[in-house]
Ligand binder design. Structure first.
Ligand code: NZQ
Ligand code: ZN
Length: 382
């Protein structure tokens, strides 16, 4: 274990916390509020933001889509430059927050913002931003990552920089009351896979990271089991806090990480607009079966400590079945057949996308080659 760790995002958690943005942003700073397709106008979140910012000078940019596109976000970049914006408040789910991170970084760069995603430009400077979270899932509200799509080329790429990590995150579980069921389920599954990507690798004896990862997985399992009692304050608060902790950096410090499920899943979203979380549930069980030998010890540990399964020679196999059963209990599919072409072309398309992005060897052992990916897709796509 060897690492340097800080999570500098100030968290304002709990009901009624949206008002805390009044103090969190200096009144002398000119603010841009960025949001999505308008859910915040229908559930009272927008009104609370307006109320909190009554003494601030601010303008707004709306229309950031799910899986935010460079094409849309570049209009916000122009706005930031034109109005000399000094602080950005992202009000939304992962897409709005990720999109705002792109805007924050691209606004301090003279070239095309897409250079950030292709690594031609490294973000070292950004407009400071804060987040008002409306959908617990990605952890974007207190991490330094973002995933952006270029519509023109059907590419979905990620970047990360400490400069775009939110200064603060407001997490009021009441905002979840208006979430469509589909998005609530997406949140559970995305958070679950975030923990898995940092946990189902190889044993390292990292007791804090393993123990905390197992606690988060058990929470998500419990929240899934209690899904029909979801309309209560503690269910909402527990999902919001668990999803945040799943990807705020802590459980990943000093341990190997995988992320292959995410990298392959992103291509499903780019090609066929599969919801992010659902792309993960399609890829992960097939990937785990493909990589079972290198992941056997951690799968056995997960089977014992998370699912309380009895020891047996096939414990790892039964753990993957339990993961799959968890998705099915939430009505989340673990196979995909919604491509327009035939299966072979669909697989070729995903592999070609990964190849063009240079993702030739994925996973904690760099063992998931394009050939292995093809095997995984043979089983994930039907
Ligand atoms: O746009 P509006 O009208 O707000 O509607 C949104 C959107 O249609 C709606 N919604 C959000 N909060 C709501 C609500 N509807 C009613 N009530 C509310 N309180 O939900 C829809 C989906 O929102 P979106 O932000 O796209 O969902 P999510 O939070 O799942 O974010 C997904 C994006 O995050 C990226 C994904 O790739 C994807 O682009 N990720 C970001 C990560 C990160 N930054 O660390 C890690 C993740 O692995 C992930 O890749
Ligand atoms: Zn994710």
């Amino acid at each position: 274990m060897q690492f340097t760790y800080v999570n500098p995002t100030v968290i304002h958690f709990g009901q009624g916390q949206i008002k805390s943005i009044r103090q969190a942003v200096d009144v002398s700073q000119k603010v841009l509020v960025i949001y999505g397709g308008g859910s915040i106008k229908r559930n009272g979140v927008y009104d609370q933001v307006v109320e909190a910012l009554q003494n601030h000078t601010w303008i707004e940019f709306s229309g950031v889509e799910a899986n935010p596109t460079k094409e849309t976000l570049d209009k916000a970049v122009a706005l930031v430059k034109e109005h000399n914006i000094e602080f950005i408040i992202a009000v939304g789910g992962g897409s709005v927050i990720d999109g705002s991170k792109y805007v924050a970084g691209a606004a301090k760069y003279q070239g095309d913002g897409w250079d950030i995603l292709t690594r031609e430009h490294t973000v070292t400077e950004a407009v400071p931003l804060g987040a008002v979270l409306t959908l617990p899932a990605t952890g974007s509200e207190s991490n330094m990552g973002a995933v952006i799509t270029r519509k023109a080329t059907q590419e979905k790429l990620s970047f990360g920089s400490p400069a775009v990590q939110p200064k603060f995150a407001v997490m009021d579980p009441d905002v979840m009351k208006s979430l469509p069921e589909r998005q609530l389920l997406n949140g559970l599954v995305d958070a679950w896979v975030h923990v898995c990507e940092q946990y189902i690798t190889m044993p390292t004896d990292a007791m804090v990271q393993d123990g905390y990862a197992e606690a988060l997985l058990k929470n998500l399992l419990t929240l899934g089991k209690q899904y029909n009692q979801r309309d209560n304050d503690s269910w909402r608060a527990n999902l919001m806090w668990t999803a945040n902790q799943a990807l705020n950096g802590l459980i990943g410090v000093g341990v190997p990480q995988d992320w292959a499920t995410h990298m392959i899943g992103h291509e499903f979203t780019a090609l066929w607009h599969v919801d992010h979380a659902r792309s993960l549930a399609i890829v992960q069980p097939s990937l785990l079966r493909n990589q079972i030998e290198v992941k056997r010890s951690k799968l056995e540990q997960m089977g014992k400590n998370v699912f309380a399964l009895e020891a047996s020679a096939d414990l790892a196999e039964r753990t993957i079945e339990a993961i799959e059963a968890f998705y099915h209990s939430l009505n989340i599919a673990t196979h995909f057949n919604d491509y327009q072409e035939n299966k072979t072309t669909a697989i070729d398309n995903v592999v070609a996308q990964l190849e063009s992005h240079g993702y030739l060897k994925l996973g904690e052992n760099k063992a998931i080659t394009l050939e292995k990916t093809r095997e995984i897709l043979e089983s994930a796509i039907q």
